[in-house]
Write a protein that binds this ligand. Structure first.
Ligand SMILES: Cc1ncc(C[n+]2csc(CCOP(=O)(O)OP(=O)(O)O)c2C)c(N)n1
Ligand code: SF4
Length: 534
């Protein structure tokens, strides 16, 4: 079959479609978003009746995928690395329930934080949950690993974590596809108590999970994805994990590395192969994109024995993503860095689009808060976070999805009044609703802005679960109807909006202000499509 040029994310999606996927669930987040988008847009997936859904958050996505696996079908859930924090409860527990139909969990890490609040390494989560982990080196492996991962998942009845990083997710390479597999017929778990984690059952299941570990290790030992390449110069041995192997090979265009190399793309670590390279070589260099997980494991607590080089001893930077140049420097090779960026190219700080509804909302909020001291606006994650920058400088926090409302509550409890929370519509249904309920229950004096632009703009305009529901949700949660105020964020309504906001800032209870105007990017897109179809 001819190769297809695919991004890492697309290779995973195509791999899943070809490997008999029945359902994929996701909440958008860079760099994972394109996996579900690809399945969503795939004609083939539609013809095969594959379910593809955007969930309200990563936890609900995870549990829906687990339910599909329970029914004996092959399932996938995708998220960015911080999404795995949100889904951590079902993630860790599902290692104990195990899977029925093949279940792959894709977590896309973002070392260097291109578009994230942190650069946590999902491999630690996989290790913590005692799950097998796959970490592709390139797009072809990403595709192949989905097929392999489903077989592994069904062989051991275990969810499998597929960990990728930004560069692999978003760069393209030729991918050869395999023959397409039919979907599973569907079957209930043989043991109907498998998913019932009552303590007595969970204790037994946990022992089963522990027993499976030797099997997982044996699979890693013989895995086609973990390879030992021998070489003459044993002064150094290189352990290269995931995309780190790609960066290493870019430094050897003839593919002849003078030192032994152990390529790792499947965990738990293959102990025998690790023993071989560490016993044969004088020093070890560990290349891993993310935290120094393997390096730490090899060093041990006391750091005695063979010299291990990597991120911990300064051979490689402790933070940020790897690249071929950084790897070259760690090998003592000349810097292959390209030409400097010409001075004519100036950096452009990110900013809200011209005409963005958030812009009018923040101008109104700023004017309403003018008589108070600064430091009262707790925000969240979305396009609106850009209001931290000039010319708005409106917000004072951005921690994790949903934290705006609850931080405002805590600050109000501490006496900061008025305390304002600012959250986007998608973020509100992701994890803001429960915080609002906390506010209502304790009658906190907070003013919550739910910026309703009818989409999940920051990640490219996926549908928002909040669409058309925000007012009813707020009412349902118990916010008083006369303190749910809808405004139109447009310059011509500025004075009117400022007055409404001021009234709510003065109210000694929970009030919600909902600026409602569609994101101009999705509006433009909708209009273009409308005219195209005319
Ligand atoms: C736990 C988690 N999941 C996903 C993301 C990626 N992400 C950042 S903001 C955002 C949603 C933004 O949508 P919305 O709240 O509607 O604000 P908008 O961008 O439309 O202004 C998403 C999905 C994230 N940062 N954290
Ligand atoms: S994409 Fe939409 S929400 Fe984001 S800055 Fe642009 S107009 Fe505003």
């Amino acid at each position: 079959m001819q190769k297809q040029l695919l991004m890492g994310d697309e290779a995973i999606a195509q791999g899943a479609i070809d490997a008999g996927l029945s359902g994929i669930y996701a909440y958008p987040g860079t760099p994972s978003t394109e996996i579900n988008e690809f399945v969503h847009a795939s004609k083939e997936a539609k013809e095969k009746g594959i379910k593809s859904s955007w969930a309200a958050n990563e936890k609900t996505a995870y549990e829906s995928a687990l339910g599909m696996s329970y029914a004996g079908k092959r399932a996938m859930v995708c998220m960015k690395h911080v999404g795995l924090n949100v889904a951590a409860d079902p993630f860790v527990n599902s290692a104990i329930t195990g899977a029925n139909g093949g279940f792959i969990v894709v977590s896309a890490d973002d070392p260097s934080m291109h578009s994230s609040q942190n650069e946590q390494d999902s491999r630690f989560f996989g290790k913590f949950a005692l799950m097998p982990i796959l970490e592709p080196t390139n797009q072809q492996e990403a595709y192949d690993m989905v097929h392999y991962g489903y077989d592994l998942s069904e062989k051991y009845n275990i969810p499998v974590l597929l960990r990728i990083t930004t560069r692999l997710a978003h760069s393209r390479a030729g991918v050869a596809r395999k023959a397409s597999k039919p979907q599973n017929e569907g079957s209930l778990p043989k043991n109907l108590r498998q998913f019932v984690l009552l303590p007595a059952i969970a204790r037994k299941q946990y022992k089963d999970l522990l027993q499976k570990q030797s099997g997982f290790e044996a699979e890693s030992e013989k895995s086609e994805f973990n390879k030992y390449f021998d070489a003459a110069d044993k002064s150094l041995g290189i352990i290269a994990c995931g995309i780190g192997y790609n960066y290493l090979m870019e430094n050897y265009p003839d593919r002849k590395v003078p030192h032994p190399v152990l390529k790792i793309s499947q965990y738990p670590l293959p102990k025998k192969q690790i023993e071989k390279i560490t016993s044969e070589c004088k020093e070890i260099l560990v290349l891993e994109d993310g935290y120094p997980m393997v390096e730490e494991m090899l060093k041990g607590f006391l750091g005695k024995g063979i010299k291990i080089k990597g991120r911990l001893d300064g051979t490689l930077p402790r933070d940020g993503e790897l690249n071929p140049n950084i790897v070259a420097a760690s090998l003592g090779k000349p810097n292959t860095k390209g030409q400097d960026v010409p001075s004519i190219i100036v950096g452009r700080p990110p900013s809200l689009c011209v005409g963005c509804s958030h812009s009018d909302s923040f101008l109104a909020l700023n004017d309403s808060l003018a008589k108070y001291t600064k430091g009262r606006v707790f925000s969240d994650i979305g396009c609106y976070t850009l209001s931290a920058l000039p010319p708005y400088e409106s917000i004072n926090s951005c921690v994790d999805m949903g934290a705006s409302i609850t931080m405002a509550k805590g600050a109000a409890d501490a006496g900061i009044i008025p305390a304002v929370g600012v959250i986007g519509d998608s973020t509100f249904t992701h994890s803001g609703m429960t915080g609002l309920l906390d506010c209502v229950i304790s009658k906190s004096p907070v003013t919550i802005f739910i910026l309703d632009n009818s989409t999940t703009a920051m990640t490219g305009g996926q549908p928002s679960a909040a669409l058309g529901r925000i007012i009813d949700i707020c009412k349902g949660i118990g916010v008083e109807e006369n303190h749910i105020r809808v405004i139109k964020p447009l310059k011509k309504f500025h004075e009117e909006n400022v007055n409404i906001i001021k009234e709510e800032l003065e109210y000694n209870g929970v009030s919600v202000v909902i600026p409602q105007r569609e994101c101009i990017q999705t509006l433009n897109k909708r209009m273009r499509e409308k005219f195209k179809n005319k």
